[in-house]
Design a protein around this ligand. Structure first.
Ligand code: KG4
Ligand code: ZN
Length: 338
């Protein structure tokens, strides 16, 4: 068993966790959402300052809640990429300092690898190979998980990520930030067939469409045009119907690509990760389609869909068990691919 103290500060959650392989001993997540809400989105400089102000206290709280002493911690890990540079630096520097002071190995973890490992936290028997559908504010990817640290990206978004599309559409509907949970809730009361919206297919040069890549910027523009039409005619916006139609389109587009990809590569499990994995529309559509094709669709518990440190610790524990560590000279990277 490997016990890791992990820190995640890549965006607007300051998170610390202690995990014992796939078992979470403590997990603290301090969301900065109320601070950024007044600006309508994440302000990088504000995010870094908030991480600095809260991180030490959260480390102490995570240790307290786990009832562990430093001698029981085998390694210290932190997210090193991708994300906001200043925000990443706060967590990574703290982790390196703790590793030096307590003489423990240090591991830098890729944020997307963390989201892949979030599914492991509730699935003691899940092992590669499987297909990961990563849908967050920054990414929409289909990743062939071959082994710990061995990943092949099979599909991506060509423009906006799924979560980004949610956030942008919520902004243009004046619903607030972050858009995903707000639209998800509103969509429950709307008509999913009220408006036909484009799913964003990527044309191939020789004809036909790309089977795994997605594009959500056209969908966002279609919602904008819809809003403009209603405003032009002075009609009240049917917000719940727009939210439901938008959610249905994204959920179906993601489901279609994930199922096609899993079948092409003969993978019997799709593990979904990232903030949009919390989405009720996606859960419903993917689970139904997966069932029809004898594929297992696994979702992390809701609290581990959005950013958290338990997923980072779980990934780090697996790497450490294979003898992997990172040098203390490791830097942060805002754009590193998996
Ligand atoms: O994984 P995450 O916490 O941060 C990134 O790594 O980006 O994902 C945040 C994203 C935001 O865009 C948020 O709007 C979206 O996940 N999100 C949702 C839901 N909950 C969060 N999108 C759709 N439905 C939800 N229920
Ligand atoms: Zn994330």
């Amino acid at each position: 068993m490997t016990t890791v103290l992990a820190i995640e500060t890549s965006c607007d959650e300051t998170a610390v966790a202690i995990v014992n392989n796939r078992q979470v001993c403590s997990s603290i997540i301090a969301s900065q959402i109320p601070v950024h809400q007044q600006y309508g989105g994440v302000v990088p400089e504000v995010a870094s300052r908030q991480h600095l102000e809260t991180l030490n206290q959260q480390i102490a709280q995570a240790m307290d809640e786990s009832s562990m002493g430093w001698e029981q911690i085998d390694a210290i890990a932190a997210t090193c990429a991708p994300g906001l540079v200043g925000a990443l630096l706060v967590g990574l520097t703290s982790a390196k300092t703790l590793a030096m002071v307590h003489k423990k190995p240090f591991l830098g973890v890729h944020h997307l690898e963390g989201h892949i490992y979030a599914t492991y936290l509730a699935q003691p028997t899940l092992y590669p190979p499987f297909l990961s559908l990563l849908v967050s504010g920054g990414h929409t990817s289909l990743i062939y998980v071959k082994d710990c640290g061995k990943y092949e990206t099979l599909g991506e978004t060509r423009d906006d990520a799924a979560g980004e599309a949610y956030d942008k559409v919520a902004r243009l509907l004046k619903l607030g930030y972050p858009g995903g949970p707000i639209i998800d809730k509103l969509a429950q009361t709307g008509d999913t067939h009220a408006f036909a919206l484009p799913e964003g297919k990527i044309s191939l040069p020789g004809g036909g469409y790309h089977r795994y890549d997605a594009s959500f910027s056209g969908l966002k523009t279609a919602v904008l045009r819809l809003v403009q039409q209603f405003e032009k005619h002075g009609r009240e916006l049917p917000i719940a119907d727009i939210a439901a139609s938008f959610q249905e389109t994204i959920a179906k587009a993601l489901t279609k690509r994930a199922i096609t990809c899993a079948r092409d590569y003969k993978l019997d499990t799709i593990a979904v990760g990232g903030g949009v994995a919390a989405n009720t529309g996606l859960r419903k559509h993917l689970q139904a389609a997966a069932g029809e094709h004898n594929i297992r669709a696994l979702f992390p518990p809701l609290k581990y869909c959005t950013d958290n440190a338990a997923m980072i610790g779980c990934a780090a524990a697996d790497h450490l068990a294979r003898g992997h560590t990172s040098p203390l000279t490791l830097g942060v990277n805002s754009r590193l691919s998996l």
